[in-house]
Design a protein around this ligand. Structure first.
Ligand code: ZN
Length: 221
């Protein structure tokens, strides 16, 4: 990953390698659930190690550990995706897939040591197109009163931080304040693929775009 790899990260990489064995649908669900426990325990350790790196002012190491956290999230989400698919819960599986895709991209943003994840992202994109039906995405147009920087809490237009860049173990993002919804639009390439048309109205209820089942109108809350 990086050279020389710190011993803590070496150990984490070993855990990742072990857990990767369960990133396929055919694995027994009970073993996949056990792998989830392993990776969430590893994520807990990374969190503690990152706090230490931050208190030592070691920004490069903190960012590397942020990348490890994102990798752990990606693995957890992918395993959950396979579990949900086996439980006939495709909508939940979809959300986990998108979460895994975003976490993998975040890991690459966090530290140069994760640039090899392009291959992993490609794999997740292949799963998206082979396992799930095409989706109709929506995007909401908002009027944002104030763009707050997640790193310094100031006005994003005035501070020096950049969205998607790592700062001492955290990725910068914008926190939109005082927002009002302007419109909702169908889009091809949404910022968040969890925003999609889940059901559409048909005679007798709503057809689920994943299962193609017609769900009763009474289920609609
Ligand atoms: Zn800032």
């Amino acid at each position: 990953m990086i050279d020389p790899t710190p011993p803590f990260v070496k150990e984490f990489n070993q855990t990742v390698e072990d857990v990767e064995n369960f990133l396929v649908m055919t694995r027994a669900s009970n073993l996949q659930r056990a792998a989830l426990d392993v990776i969430s325990a590893a994520a807990e350790n990374v969190r503690a190690e990152k706090a230490l790196a931050i208190s030592n002012g070691d920004e490069d190491y903190a960012n590397l550990l942020l990348g490890c956290q994102c990798v752990a999230t990606a693995l957890e989400s992918e395993i959950k995706m396979w579990l949900y698919l086996k439980q006939e819960r495709p909508d939940d599986a979809w959300n986990e897939l998108v979460n895994a895709q975003m976490a993998s991209t975040d890991a690459m943003r966090a530290h140069i040591g994760f640039s090899h994840l392009t291959q992993h992202v490609r794999r997740l994109n292949a799963i998206e197109s082979l396992v799930f039906p095409p989706q109709v995405f929506v995007s909401s147009g908002m009027i944002v009163g104030f763009q707050e920087c997640s790193i310094c809490g100031g006005d994003y237009d005035e501070c020096s931080h950049l969205v998607g860049k790592p700062y001492m173990g955290d990725l910068c993002h914008i926190v939109a304040r005082n927002i009002s919804l302007e419109h909702v639009a169908i889009v091809k390439d949404p910022a968040d693929k969890r925003c999609r048309v889940e059901r559409f109205s048909v005679e007798g209820g709503y057809r689920n775009r994943m299962t193609w089942q017609i769900e009763a109108e009474s289920n609609e809350a």
